[in-house]
Design a protein around this ligand. Structure first.
Ligand code: PBE
Length: 311
């Protein structure tokens, strides 16, 4: 009995020791040679696998979603990946949750956006330039607006601000302010800029103006600000949110008066090509914009080429 007990203890110690050694050994191996040891544990699972080869997108029809889909064709590293579309709000929630749990996530992102002020993020390098370079945001209005509503045309033509301006409105909305209220606060604090946009603009009495936009955080900010400035000159302004292609079409067909949400040359390049003959291009209202794939800085991935295909 006594002997048997000691024998068991001896065996247990040997077993424990060998388990311990095996565990150390397999960790060393994982660190050293990556995926090829057949071990299916957490350490060997690549970021791409953890993400289930999925990019968290935004609204279908958005330029950045189109570019992300194109990237899955262009880059071997993204072969077999999916772009899951939803909404800008759902993307932001998924990003916040991933960051709270220090999990990996890749989103279709853009600048200006409040997320860069709230989180530590980086764009993945895009050596093939599928997401283009620097973008500008332009204002487009319908044909005939200049003759029919010259004062509205003038405000829209003179509207321009900086990425920092737009981001401050976005951030206030993200922090809980009502959209119209955040727009009004920005206007109250930036009377010099607003004076430039309204220079030479006469007051009107309830002339109707309809602006169209998409529920992207950046365009929620700009469209609300422009609407408030038009209202301050006496216009009766309606802002209507639609899907991207419908936004372009409604201005081109003259159903609505204008929009301040044309991302060019890349993001909305196809839509611009399709509708440009029927639009009046009022030029840039913001420079230094950008789109791309965005990840939390803690992720050990710097380029789209660092990802792995879904094979
Ligand atoms: N965005 C914001 C839009 C343009 C404005 C980058 C999400 C898009 O991808 O179409």
């Amino acid at each position: 009995m006594f002997n048997l007990k000691w024998k068991h203890l001896g065996l247990t110690v040997v077993l424990l020791l060998s388990l311990l050694l095996a565990a150390c050994g397999s960790n060393d191996e994982d660190a050293g040679n990556g995926n090829d040891d057949g071990d299916d544990n957490e350490v060997t699972e690549s970021v791409s696998e953890q993400l289930d080869y999925t990019i968290t997108g935004i609204e279908p029809g958005s330029g950045v979603v189109g570019s992300a889909e194109e990237a899955t064709e262009v880059y071997d590293s993204l072969a077999g990946w999916e772009v899951a579309t939803s909404s800008s709000g759902a993307m932001a929630t998924a990003l916040s949750e991933a960051i709270a749990n220090e999990e990996p996530i890749i989103v279709t992102g853009w600048t200006p956006h409040w997320k860069f002020a709230k989180f530590d993020l980086k764009y993945l390098d895009d050596p093939e330039k599928v997401f283009g370079d620097e973008e500008v945001i332009k204002t487009m209005v319908r044909e005939g607006l200049e003759d029919e509503k010259p004062n509205a045309y003038k405000v829209l033509d003179q509207f321009n601000w900086t990425a920092a301006d737009m981001e401050s409105v976005m951030l206030e909305i993200q922090n809980g302010a009502d959209e119209a209220e955040a727009a009004q606060n920005w206007i109250d604090n930036n009377q010099d800029k607003v004076a430039e946009w309204t220079e030479g603009v006469e007051d009107v009495d309830g002339v109707k103006v309809e602006l169209v936009y998409v529920l992207w955080d950046s365009e929620i900010a700009s469209t609300n600000v422009v609407a408030k400035v038009l209202e301050s000159k006496g216009f009766d302004v309606t802002i209507t949110s639609v899907e991207n292609a419908a936004m372009w079409e409604s201005v081109a067909t003259g159903n609505t008066d204008g929009m301040v949400a044309a991302w060019l040359p890349g993001t909305h390049g196809d839509l611009y090509a399709q509708f440009q003959d029927d639009l009046v291009d009022l030029g840039e209202n913001l420079t230094g914009a950008k789109i791309g794939l965005v990840v939390p800085s803690y992720m050990d991935v710097d380029s789209i080429e660092d990802l792995q295909p879904n094979e």
